[in-house]
Ligand binder design. Structure first.
Ligand code: ZN
Length: 311
């Protein structure tokens, strides 16, 4: 065992992902050297492949050129299509393409709901820590312009999910009530309550990013989310229009769940969105949902390889 950090690995041989945790601070990162091959660190020129239509997520190609689950299929719900990520950085990592349109002017609540249902279908029997995430537009870290969600599941939670789950359990032991109940009691009808009663959406008091909005669900795991998809999607659409009205087009979303295989410690799932301040329509940001919502960066280079890069 390393005295400075904990390291574990997952993934097939040519797509290894290292998980590292700093023993001093508990902070975590993931290192995915093979993601370099995706050319995500080259400059996006205006004539770069981004303008190649149809892209692999467009209806002309998605049904023949994207990976399939072990049973040979993809999950279709409404317009959405869900399949394994070709470049995973989690033990289980799926992509849900949300719309047939490559770059739709608006994404409707119905399309968001179908995408969430696709993610749920992919993970409903998973006993790990699941989150459903969305980088909307390259300036929010999306590597493909075509709107898509990403679901990830691991045996251990991401850094921020772990904090929220552990501290919710500690709160519940201390006070005998869930933190969700406590927070809703305090925030309902107050200046940060944006809308919603059964499923309230609040401006988050200590934001992770610009204009963070959170919805607090009354359930713990992904397999319990299905009845809430409609209300959640309507709320997400409303937050999207709030962002557009305020001049933001790009945003990140994370729907954080507990592990079905673990006992109920009092954590309840929440869905969080942050607006991004667009640096430019074609520029792809190197910070996406893992960096901004889970506080667990994905990096490309092993620290042990840096010395070899010295000139
Ligand atoms: Zn496309």
């Amino acid at each position: 065992m390393n005295e400075l950090f904990l390291v574990t690995e997952c993934g097939p041989k040519n797509r290894r992902v290292q998980y590292r945790r700093d023993h001093l601070t508990g902070l975590q990162c993931r290192i995915a050297p093979d993601r370099v091959r995706r050319s995500i660190n080259v400059a996006h020129r205006p004539d770069a492949p981004e303008d190649e239509v149809p892209c692999v997520f467009c209806p002309e190609r998605i049904h023949s050129e994207t990976p399939v689950f072990p049973d040979g299929r993809r999950i279709a719900v409404g317009e959405s299509v869900t399949f394994p990520n070709l470049y995973p950085f989690a033990q289980r990592h799926v992509v849900t393409v949300m719309t047939e349109a490559h770059n739709p002017a608006v994404i409707t609540a119905g399309q968001i709901e179908d995408a969430l249902r696709g993610q749920i279908a992919a993970f409903c029997t998973d006993d790990g820590y699941v989150s459903c995430n969305w980088n909307y537009l390259p300036s929010a870290g999306a590597s493909m312009l075509h709107p898509h969600m990403q679901g990830v599941a691991d045996e251990a939670p991401t850094y921020y999910a772990g904090l929220a789950i552990d501290q919710s359990a500690a709160f519940c032991r201390r006070t005998g009530r869930t933190y969700r109940d406590f927070l809703i009691d305090r925030e309902m009808g107050g200046p940060r309550h944006l809308f919603g009663d059964e499923l309230p959406f609040f401006a988050h008091a200590v934001p992770l990013g610009e204009k963070e909005v959170r919805a607090y669900l009354p359930v713990r795991c992904i397999d319990e989310l299905e009845p809430w998809c409609g209300l959640l999607a309507e709320g997400i659409e409303r937050v999207e229009s709030l962002y557009r009205g305020a001049g933001h087009y790009a945003y990140n979303m994370a729907l954080v769940c507990d592990a079905a295989g673990k006992p109920d410690g009092g954590f309840r799932a929440f869905c969080s969105l942050i607006a991004r301040i667009n640096p430019g329509a074609t520029g792809m940001s190197d910070s996406a949902f893992m960096e901004r919502m889970h506080l667990e960066p994905i990096v490309l280079t092993l620290p042990e390889d840096l010395a070899g890069l010295l000139p």
